[in-house]
Design a binder for this molecule. Structure first.
Ligand code: AMP
Length: 272
């Protein structure tokens, strides 16, 4: 991959890159379509990255379907799908990690303390291998997008990071490879994430500014489903991800909820 990317660059071709963990859905494809528009060559990667899963998380169970993924990637004009394996990415003796100081502390970092170190490390490696001019990430993983933007700035990667809007099912559920885990009877509970975010947007539009009041209403709605366990609900500055007490400027509401055994996340802009 690295030498192929070198050839492409020497031939004057620009590269757009979309990293994924596979089990592709319309959310991934939307990012690939953005990448397709923005460069001569479109590269996607499929790699379920072991270093971002803690023991007891779903690394082994994570859904995989390479043949289907390759056909879907081809259908949106991906030129190269990079599919390394674990030993290729993490050879014996591997010991160099990328970790950020502040951005990974809150939100998902609270319950997944090694997650962003794994993400930043694998994305840095993929950037070095693929050498893209631009890379596209989903706003669905809002904290991840902030971490990647920061890392690219801090370590001078010189890659343009583009954020793509969250693609949802018709009923509003944010698309996720992990939705495959949901039992049919858990679906209404899963929908409560989106409903709570919409309800919060409506509260802000109606003049509510107090973050604690908005969060309390969202909590009530989500907790009204017995299978739900709230990990966090936060209203944060879109850049620093620090908690905001008042929605007196654009803010991001982000939440993580365990619906039965499935951990889902979602987020939305408030006050814009
Ligand atoms: P994943 O395969 O879940 O690691 O996601 C790969 C990329 O797709 C990340 O940049 C995600 O933010 C993005 N992504 C995942 N779900 C969605 C979605 N529903 N809409 C837009 N982008 C998404």
């Amino acid at each position: 991959m690295q030498s192929r990317a070198g050839q492409l660059k020497r031939a004057g071709r620009t590269i757009a890159f979309v990293p994924t963990m596979g089990f592709l859905h319309e959310g991934h494809l939307s990012l690939m379509r953005i990448g397709r528009e923005r460069a001569d060559t479109l590269v996607a990667s499929i790699f379920v990255n072991p270093t971002q899963f803690a023991p007891g998380e779903d690394f082994e169970a994570y859904p995989r379907d390479m043949q289907r993924d390759l056909a879907m990637a081809r259908s949106v004009g991906v030129d190269i799908v990079f599919t390394p394996d674990d030993t290729m990415m993490y050879a014996q003796g591997f010991q160099t990690y990328v970790s950020l100081e502040e951005l990974p502390r809150g939100l998902c970092g609270q319950s997944r303390p090694i997650f962003f170190r794994g993400v930043a490390t694998v994305v840095a490696k993929l950037f070095n291998i693929v050498g893209p001019d631009i890379a596209v990430f989903g706003e669905k993983d809002f904290q991840q997008l902030a971490v990647i933007r920061r890392m690219v700035k801090d370590l001078n990667f010189g890659i343009e990071i583009v954020g793509g809007p969250t693609v949802r099912e018709a009923d509003g559920l944010a698309m996720s490879s992990r939705n495959a885990y949901l039992r049919p009877e858990e679906r209404p509970a899963a929908l409560s994430l989106h409903d709570a975010l919409r309800q919060s947007q409506a509260m802000v539009r109606a003049g509510e500014r107090r973050a604690d009041a908005i969060i309390a209403a969202a909590e009530r709605h989500i907790a009204s489903f017995a299978v739900n366990t709230i990990d966090y609900i936060a209203i944060a500055d879109p850049d620093t991800l620090e908690d905001m007490a008042s929605v007196d400027r654009p803010a991001r509401m982000a939440l993580a909820v365990k619906v039965g055994a499935t951990r889902l996340i979602d987020n939305m802009a408030l006050g814009r």
